[in-house]
Write a protein that binds this ligand. Structure first.
Ligand SMILES: Cc1ncc(C[n+]2csc(CCOP(=O)(O)OP(=O)(O)O)c2C)c(N)n1
Ligand SMILES: [Mg+2]
Length: 601
């Protein structure tokens, strides 16, 4: 690597150790040193965090720039908080109170954490898709001529490999392809373990083909630099072939068992194949274990190199091979998801990290580089150079009354269309900032008149061929970079995650949008977890569920909305209404457009 000075690599290596230590200590503290009120152990974090210590060190201390935004996999929260602590953005008492009331959160939370979480995560898969839609929203904002004085950011998800089992990710991928996704990176922590066990063989190949099909660049980070050097030695090719054909379960089991087990297995299986014997014999048990654990996702040099090499804005999927629990006593064990170190194991770990008892929280304790040098390095980390990450945008004026012509007999759905049509006629900032979206029910939820006036959004203009051919049609289906309606495919999950991204634009892009999404009431349930996610992270938007209630009685086919009024009442962070008259609807819409701009108390 040319552009990473050796000294920086040394410091990053120290920071990587420190981050793993602090995260481990945070978890240990919550389990053993603090009164634990719920009696539950802090499961799930330790092994899962260790898995990404290197990737996150590379990201936060080298690769990220202030405009980049990240969704960190839920169980990497302790690593995230440790990094922010070293950057001076997280308080010690929050770490001491990890997972407690007002303490650092178990899963990164933009509303409850105080250390600049970009996107909340927790329900796996949703944060991942959020980055994709955040990227589309960034394009939307810039295409409308806003935020052009700020650099474009990359929207990055660091995801556990099991997150790719969630269907919402694939729904988002397809939508991203349709919309010309850019500036989005997904980094898969390919530790080949989920919660319960080791995953199926060869998943990386399915992922690779899949992402390439959707137009993504795919970078596989399989071998670390120690392994690469060993492969260049005589006999190295044989070792590489053995690694490539080793089943996931066996690899994990050998990692857990350590150097002697590696030696026995390798000697039994390839030890008689010429120079590779020497390659194995020339290493101590510890060195052999280190070599075999040196996968791409644990090698700072390899990771940074891969990140630095990306010289385009197409979406990129990195598949980073890792070991769950690396560096800890339960590394590779199939049951390690909720593995916790015993006090005795923690003592051993503390000694190995060269940390004196009573100095566990000290930022520079036990480091092999001078504190001043590390401090100076931290002072120049590009990610931290931009000041407050949560941006703000002024309120958009909303008139007290929205004009609408009311017919003697009129459905509220028709009224909704008429209200938006009236707004669309004007040239107010309100009209400019509204953005609508719908999962293939734009016309049938009465957004047609609005779309006729305000057009559909796409980065590249696309004419309405029917109009060009002079075929009569009620709706103009014309795409342009200044369009104000984002047309989605049917997946309701995507609707709510897009609303979540649009509804955070003021804090992410510093430009306020007033998003309105429409769908049929009964299909709220289809995207419910994403709706809950959007509310949890305080995204601001309006959902118009129409038709609804008894209007749907004659539909049959599971179109009746039975539970949705209860969802409206029960969902935290959501104010819901059931208007029966159009003048009532006009008052509610005016209130809502203002209400979604209110500061949170
Ligand atoms: C929607 C949802 N279902 C289940 C869970 C519980 N859960 C948390 S992590 C996890 C699997 C973790 O595996 P992976 O994503 O590979 O991460 P790793 O721990 O290996 O880093 C599960 C099932 C969850 N958080 N969200
Ligand atoms: Mg995993």
């Amino acid at each position: 690597m040319e552009n990473l000075p050796v000294e920086d690599l040394r410091i990053l290596t120290e920071l990587e150790r420190k981050v793993l230590w602090l995260a481990s200590w945070t978890i240990h503290h919550a389990n053993h040193l603090r009164e634990n009120t719920d009696g539950l152990k802090v499961g799930g974090h330790q092994a899962s965090s260790a898995s990404v210590a290197s990737i996150m060190t590379a990201l936060y201390f080298h690769t990220l720039r202030p405009a980049d935004r990240v969704a960190v996999k839920p169980h990497a929260a302790p690593i995230y908080h440790a990094i922010q602590y070293l950057l001076g953005r997280q308080a010690r008492n929050k770490l001491e109170n990890f997972r407690g009331y007002k303490g650092a959160q178990s899963y990164p939370s933009r509303t409850k954490d105080t250390d600049d979480v970009d996107f909340s995560t927790g329900s796996v898969g949703l944060g991942v898709a959020q980055t994709l839609f955040a990227s589309l929203v960034q394009d939307y904002v810039r295409a409308h001529g806003w935020a052009l004085d700020r650099p474009e950011g990359r929207m990055i998800a660091l995801l556990g490999d099991a997150e790719l089992d969630e269907g919402n990710i694939f729904e988002a991928l397809l939508e991203g392809w349709k919309q010309g996704l850019r500036n989005c990176w997904w980094i898969v922590d390919y530790n080949r373990q989920s919660l319960d066990a080791v995953v199926r063989e060869g998943l990386w190949e399915r992922y690779e083909n899949l992402f390439r099909n959707f137009g993504w660049d795919v970078v596989v980070l399989k071998y670390g630099s120690l392994q690469q050097a060993a492969f260049a030695e005589p006999g190295g090719e044989v070792l590489r072939r053995w690694i490539d054909s080793c089943p996931n379960q066996l690899y994990s089991a050998l990692v857990f068992q350590g150097g002697a087990a590696w030696r026995k297995r390798l000697t039994d299986e390839i030890g008689d194949q010429g120079p590779v014997t020497k390659l194995i014999d020339s290493r101590s048990d510890d060195a052999l274990a280190e070599l075999m654990s040196n996968l791409g996702g644990h090698d700072l040099r390899a990771i940074i190199d891969a990140f630095d090499r990306i010289d385009h804005d197409r979406p990129v999927c990195f598949i980073a091979y890792t070991i769950k629990g690396i560096g800890l006593p339960f590394a590779g064990h199939k049951d390690n998801h909720s593995g916790l170190m015993t006090p005795a194991q923690m003592e051993t770990f503390r000694t190995a990290m060269n940390i004196r008892a009573g100095h566990e929280w000290d930022a520079f304790e036990g480091l092999r580089e001078p504190a001043e040098r590390i401090q100076a390095f931290l002072g120049h980390v590009p990610f931290a150079a931009g000041g407050e990450r949560c941006l703000h945008a002024p309120r958009i004026e909303v008139p007290e009354e929205l004009p609408v012509t009311i017919q003697p007999k009129m459905s509220t759905q028709l009224g909704f269309g008429a209200l938006l049509n009236e707004i669309a006629r004007g040239t107010t900032p309100l009209a400019a900032r509204i953005v609508t979206t719908s999962p293939d029910v734009t016309v049938s939820t009465n957004l047609g008149p609005w779309v006729n006036r305000r057009r559909l959004f796409a980065r590249e203009a696309m004419a309405d061929t029917f109009k060009g051919e002079r075929i009569p049609s009620t709706f103009t289906w014309e795409f342009s970079p200044t369009g104000q309606h984002i047309e989605l495919g049917i997946a309701e999950m995507n609707l709510f995650i897009l609303l979540s991204a649009l509804g955070l634009s003021h804090t992410i892009n510093g430009e306020r949008l007033l998003p309105i999404g429409t769908l049929y009431d009964p299909f709220i349930a289809r995207g419910l977890d994403a709706l809950n996610y959007a509310c949890y992270q305080d995204a601001r938007f309006i959902v118009v569920a129409t038709p609804s209630g008894i209007t749907l009685a004659s539909e049959g086919g599971a179109h009746q909305s039975i539970a949705e009024p209860l969802i409206g009442m029960a969902q935290d962070g959501l104010a819901s209404f059931e208007p029966a008259f159009v003048d009532e609807l006009a008052a509610i819409l005016a209130f809502a457009l203002d209400y979604i701009q209110a500061h949170k108390k």
